[in-house]
Design a protein around this ligand. Structure first.
Ligand SMILES: Nc1ncnc2c1ncn2[C@@H]1O[C@H](COP(=O)(O)OP(=O)(O)OP(=O)(O)O)[C@@H](O)[C@H]1O
Ligand SMILES: [Mg+2]
Length: 267
């Protein structure tokens, strides 16, 4: 995927790029704390996602997984800590949020598409407005991404004419149309029927096979096991345990991880 080079060429930005060239993570979360009304949701959490890595975040409901993804995108600014996207500090006061956000494709559980626009409109809006593509270039890219998610025939459809699974696949295509460096996926299958879940998961599986960098929140443990390079268990607002799927699912060191896994297996 294309790398968008920061326009800022100040000594700091250059130093950050140098750091990037040494193999720094695509996403680095460093001691981030986030509170809502006195409730500490993220408690000095740190994690890294490297290029081509599929990191899966698991943990109990209300544990802060969505909040973390929103912080990474600065939809929710953290109280303290730093977040780097390709080495650039997205939490810095002078950060170019528009450009930095464009590097992260984010798909949520629901309400992803603009209902008043066709699929084509949804897919071309940001590439035209933010990446300054011409209408034709944006259309070509939209067609390409729709093919990738198996929905090339739906380019002129309205979101209301699509099934839930198709809507989510369009949402993934829309994120990909920005040629992001990483994808953040937050329980994108949880509102879907089993057949649509399978369709959406197979798109994600395909992206993983193509080397996309992803941070995925999911309750599908079987899928997590299959697709993840790293699994991270969030508990008490920080990462309690992380490792390969085998390490976390079969050989977890923490009692709290084992309890959580037992609960979800029997859910
Ligand atoms: N905008 C908000 N204002 C106040 N509290 C919030 C807000 N967003 C989230 N919270 C609280 O932060 C905590 C973490 O929520 P979050 O949505 O990040 O959890 P989650 O791990 O994604 O859960 P789930 O698995 O159910 O999606 C919850 O206690 C929630 O009530
Ligand atoms: Mg959530």
């Amino acid at each position: 995927m294309d790398l968008i080079v920061p326009r800022d060429s100040s000594p700091n930005a250059l130093a950050e790029r140098h750091w990037l060239m040494r193999g720094s993570p695509v996403i680095a979360v460093d001691s981030v704390t986030k509170r809502y009304d006195g409730l500490t949701v993220l408690n000095s959490i740190s994690l890294a996602v490297h290029e081509g890595q599929v990191a899966v975040l698991i943990g109990a409901s209300g544990g802060g997984k969505s909040t973390l993804l929103k912080c990474i995108n600065m939809l929710e600014p953290p109280e303290s800590g730093k977040i780097y996207v390709e080495g650039a500090d997205i939490t810095a006061k002078r950060a170019d949020l528009r450009q930095l956000r464009a590097r992260l494709g984010i798909v949520f559980q629901d309400y992803n598409l603009f209902p008043h626009m066709t699929v084509l409109g949804n897919l071309t809006l940001a590439p035209i407005r933010v990446s300054r593509l011409s209408k034709d270039e944006a259309r070509t890219r939209a067609e390409e991404e729709l093919r990738r998610v198996g929905l090339e025939g739906k380019i002129n459809a309205w979101p209301s004419q699509l099934s839930g699974g198709q809507r989510q696949r369009v949402a993934i295509a829309r994120a990909l149309a920005m040629r992001p460096t990483a994808l953040l996926l937050d329980e994108i299958t949880s509102a879907l029927d089993p057949e649509s879940v399978a369709d959406v998961l197979s798109v994600v599986r395909e992206l993983a096979a193509q080397g996309a960098t992803m941070l995925i929140v999911t309750h599908h443990m079987g899928f997590a096991r299959e697709v993840a390079d790293r699994v991270m268990f969030i508990d008490g607002g920080s990462i309690l345990e992380e490792g390969t799927p085998t390490e976390v699912f079969d050989e977890s060191k923490e009692e709290r991880t084992r309890n959580f896994l037992r609960r979800v297996r029997f859910a």
